[in-house]
Design a protein around this ligand. Structure first.
Ligand code: ADP
Ligand code: MG
Ligand code: MG
Length: 911
């Protein structure tokens, strides 16, 4: 098929034949706006006649250094002829002039980045002709001055302010506050003055020949693709630069031809709640951009029902048809010209996460899409929305109506936050820590030395940077809401203030940021936590459960957490960290005593005190998890973690010695001396436990082997608890897990101790408990020798936090606070391996462990309990590896259910 640069809206079939029939390719060729205009025309929706100049033409123009590709202009003239025939009007003909708009439109919408010129074709001659024709001088000159204004700013780079000043003066002279109150004479004057301004600022006359206008506007849209704002936007949004923009030439229809005309925008469903109800705004007697520009107060679309009953009912039908056709909620632009409705644009509507969920579920219920599609349409991150504070809809609406909305930026870390502006990290930290203020740290961009301020802040706001900027990465890592790359924001460090558009905020003023939507507001907006038990979300997750193969378990140490996780749909506990229980204030002294003990006998004494505490904890967990598996991990961290910090001890000893010098009585001296001796003992122990590299030191199974009494106590607590609640009728399924195994012999040893003690307890209690014994796989050696290990384990649980550390040989704390950010910024690593499983390294070790383990025990239960278990990308890897379940924090259980379903649905469609 011969290459064409220009396609009429009616020539979609031809374009499809050219690209090979794929809609994605049509989007590439026509851009979103053009493709959908053509598609609307094809399905019989009223669209003003027009045509699209392809993105290929744009790219050819740009790569030739600014030459229209051969034949393009002739094709435009041909297409224009056809449009003239269709409309019965003629371009440049004063007797019945055709006017068109020239609209940019790339594959992805790039809000505010590229431009549109309306009313092309007006000149002094055609304007006069139109006055004849319409008898409406006011309308014609209003349209004419708009052309000069838009053409001036889009094509000739005339600053809009210059035009606004003239309008302002004109309104002032006429004593009116709104443009709509200016009369024909005023618009005629404005038109002349605009032309003068145009000439002064661009050093050219405003082009009087309509074809010149069309050519120049087309060229300007092509060029706008490489404009700085567009390039910055694409860099930030991760859109490639080689797509190019299409140009759509569309016959003008006029919403400003009197009281029987109007223009508006609408969504086929409510974009905030998702309710199936048309939502929109319109203006009577106005032209397109007035609605969005906010110059006049718009009317709610429900009013259109009374004002334009026929057009409204047609509009309702069209909305329905569009939804049926696109099987998606649509966002449309329309104009009513003398009672006749025209559609000017349609695209998939933007929506809040809440609306996304409701729309997906209701569309499936309506039979518009399948349940699979509904499950696939909601991003797991959108489920996250239900867990973070958000601004209430009311407060956002009020802010937007009262000028509180400042700017848009990139939504890089979800959640809403309010705080006072602090312009540097030290101030942010001191305000937050010393004065207890809520702070939003505002910077041009952030650097590693800003991290302390970021941590102390409620949220982060930057004027530069993209999705992988330092600010974005750190914010996500620490769960701080963040908006970055707010290019409309200027930071004046000299005056300690920020300027956004025309508003100034001083340091210390309140600002509110929405990291979910990427919006910035002045003042303090009201926040609220959305309901995770949202009716539609619950339904969507139930559907997800039908599709997923992975089980979803939870990491929970306390009964309350386990309870919450069960409510969210957890099917087991994949990790209970017993050491958390040791840090409780009433237990820590005994844990410390145990740590301090030199003799096994003293140690046992403390352990005996701890036993009932642990038993209680486990009983609570078993009760909550009635009928479900509970994996309990024996103690993991190095012992020194339970003792006071070395530096603190030294300082305290110093203080005591000073007090000693000032002690007044012998009794005081004795008391202080006693304290000194205790502290010295502890200090000695801390020093003797000191390890050069505690992460690789005496911890995990090594500790259990070193202090077998500890294992015995924990096992006893587990089995006593199981027996006791078992007798209450609770169905208990304990699974005992050994951490940090690297050699099978470690497991063998521990297993012996465990089995012996378990048997003892069961005999004492006269109850049989079915249990499993297994290990974490978090050391590469364990993964590599998993066949040997599987001989002594009934389950594996991948501890991917440690496995990542030991595979990369990097310590997480040091990495994430330091060089890792640099690695990510420079793309040395594609993503943070502590957030998403490193497929090639860690993933490969997991694969090896699974294969080897299951070669020995085909039904070996395998899961993951590292933080990756709640990360959608990692969940997909787990699904592909064939794990039995993922285990994650209670709050991430709903996200994991959805991600697991999506992983298996992706599998089904791929296979
Ligand atoms: P954007 O992508 O910024 O929305 P558009 O190309 O959609 O820019 O146009 C800006 C405004 O002008 C919209 O309100 C649109 O409906 C209106 N508009 C564009 N073309 C026409 C036309 N031919 N007739 C009437 N209004 C139009
Ligand atoms: Mg538009
Ligand atoms: Mg570990």
């Amino acid at each position: 098929m011969a290459k064409k640069w220009v396609y009429l809206f009616g020539e979609l079939d031809e374009a499809e034949a050219y690209v090979g029939g794929d809609w994605e390719d049509i989007l590439d060729l026509f851009g979103g706006k053009g493709a959908n205009l053509a598609e609307m025309e094809r399905i019989g929706i009223p669209v003003p006649p027009g045509f699209t100049v392809t993105t290929e033409a744009c790219n050819a123009y740009l790569s030739s250094g600014g030459q229209f590709p051969e034949g393009m202009w002739d094709e435009i003239l041909d297409a224009l002829k056809t449009v003239e025939n269709l409309t019965g009007k003629t371009f440049s003909d004063p007797k019945n002039p055709l006017l068109v708009s020239c609209r940019s439109g790339a594959k992805f919408s790039m809000p505010g980045m590229m431009d549109t010129v309306l009313n092309i074709g007006l000149s002094d001659e055609t304007a006069a002709g139109m006055v004849e024709l319409t008898g409406d001088e006011r309308f014609v000159y209003d349209a004419y001055r708009r052309l000069i204004q838009m053409f001036g700013s889009v094509v000739a780079g005339v600053a809009d302010d210059a035009f606004e000043e003239i309008l302002e003066a004109e309104r002032h002279d006429a004593g009116v506050s709104s443009d709509s109150d200016l009369d024909a004479e005023a618009w005629k004057r404005v038109t002349q003055r605009f032309k003068t301004t145009y000439r002064r600022q661009s050093h050219h006359n405003f082009p009087t020949k309509p074809l010149d206008q069309l050519r120049m506007a087309t060229e300007a849209v092509f060029k706008s693709w490489n404009g700085k704002r567009a390039v910055d936007y694409r860099n930030a949004a991760g859109i490639t630069h080689d797509l190019g923009t299409a140009v759509n030439i569309v016959t003008m229809v006029f919403g400003n031809m009197g009281e029987d005309s109007a223009t508006g925008v609408a969504m086929t469903r409510d974009g905030s709640t998702g309710e199936k109800q048309i939502e929109g705004d319109y203006l009577t007697n106005a032209q397109g951009e007035d609605v969005v520009a906010g110059i006049r107060l718009t009317k709610d679309i429900v009013l259109m029902k009374d004002e334009f009953p026929e057009a409204y009912s047609e509009f309702e039908t069209i909305a329905e048809n569009l939804e049926t056709h696109y099987r998606e909620m649509q966002d449309v632009e329309f104009t009513i010209e003398k009672g006749k409705l025209w559609m000017l644009q349609t695209r998939d509507g933007k929506r809040t996460a809440q609306a996304a969920v409701r729309i997906a579920v209701e569309m499936a219920d309506e039979g518009l899409i399948s349940r699979q599609e509904a499950v696939q349409r909601v991003a797991p991150e959108q489920v996250d929305f239900f867990l973070h504070p958000q601004f209430s809809r009311k407060s956002v609406k009020t802010a937007k109506e009262t000028g509180g909305f400042l700017a848009n930026g990139l939504n890089v870390s979800p959640g809403a936050a309010c705080g006072v502006v602090a312009l540097d990290a030290d101030l942010a930290e001191s305000w937050a820590k010393e004065e207890g203020k809520d702070v939003i740290m505002v910077r041009p961009e952030t650097k590693p030395d800003d991290v302390h301020g970021m941590l102390a802040s409620k949220g982060i706001l930057t004027s530069r940077g993209g999705r992988t900027s330092h600010a974005a990465l750190v914010a996500r890592q620490f769960g701080k809401p963040a908006v970055v790359g707010v290019s409309d924001m200027e930071i004046d460090m000299g005056k300690r203030q920020i300027i956004v558009k025309n508003q100034t905020l001083r340091e210390g003023d309140w600002v509110s940021i929405d990291g979910t939507a990427g919006e910035v507001f002045s003042g303090q907006l009201e926040t609220q936590i959305p309901d995770i038990k949202d009716r539609w979300l619950m339904k969507l997750l139930e559907w997800a459960d039908e599709f997923r193969q992975l089980g979803v378990w939870t990491n929970a140490d306390y009964p309350e957490d386990a309870q919450r996780a069960r409510e969210y749909g957890a099917e087991g506990i994949g990790l209970c960290r017993t050491e958390h229980m040791f840090f409780e204030p009433d237990r820590l002294p005994h844990v410390q005593k145990m740590t301090m003990a030199d003799l096994p006998i003293e140690r046992q004494e403390s352990l005996r005190v701890l036993l009932p505490f642990q038993r209680e904890d486990f009983m609570g967990l078993f009760r909550v998890m009635d009928g479900l598996p509970v994996i309990i991990r024996l103690i993991d961290p190095p012992l020194h973690e339970f003792l006071p910090n070395h530096a603190d001890l030294l300082r305290e000893l110093g203080d005591l010695k000073i007090r000693l010098q000032h002690a007044a009585t012998v009794a005081d001296i004795d008391a202080i001396m006693k304290e000194v001796r205790t502290k010295e003992l502890i200090l000695n122990r801390v020093e003797s436990l000191h390890e050069a590299n505690p992460m690789l030191g005496l911890r995990g199974v090594r500790l259990g082997i070193h202090i077998p009494e500890l294992t015995v106590m924990q096992v006893r607590a587990i089995f006593e608890a199981a027996c006791i609640v078992g007798k209450e009728g609770v169905r208990v399924h304990p699974e005992v897990m050994i951490p940090l195994t690297s050699h099978v012999n470690e497991l063998k040893r521990q297993r012996q101790v465990l089995e012996q003690e378990a048997r003892k307890v069961m005999t004492e209690q006269n109850t049989e408990i079915e249990y499993k014994f297994g290990t974490m796989i978090e050391i590469p050696r364990a993964a590599l020798t998993a066949d040997q290990i599987a001989e002594y384990a009934e389950f594996f649980s991948f501890g991917t936090n440690d496995l990542t550390q030991t595979t990369f040989g990097i310590s997480r704390d040091d990495a994430e606070a330091g060089f890792l950010i640099e690695y990510l910024e420079n793309e040395i690593l594609p993503s943070n391996p502590f957030a998403t499983i490193d497929r090639d390294g860690v993933g490969e070790l997991m694969h090896t462990a699974l294969t080897k383990g299951r070669s020995v025990k085909p039904d070996l239960e395998c899961g993951i309990c590292g933080e990756h278990g709640g990360d959608p990308d990692s969940i997909q890897i787990c699904h592909q590896l064939g794990l039995n379940y993922v285990s994650c924090s209670p709050f991430r259980v709903p996200i994991a259910r959805l991600a697991a379903a999506q992983a298996s649905l992706a599998d089904m469609t791929a296979g």
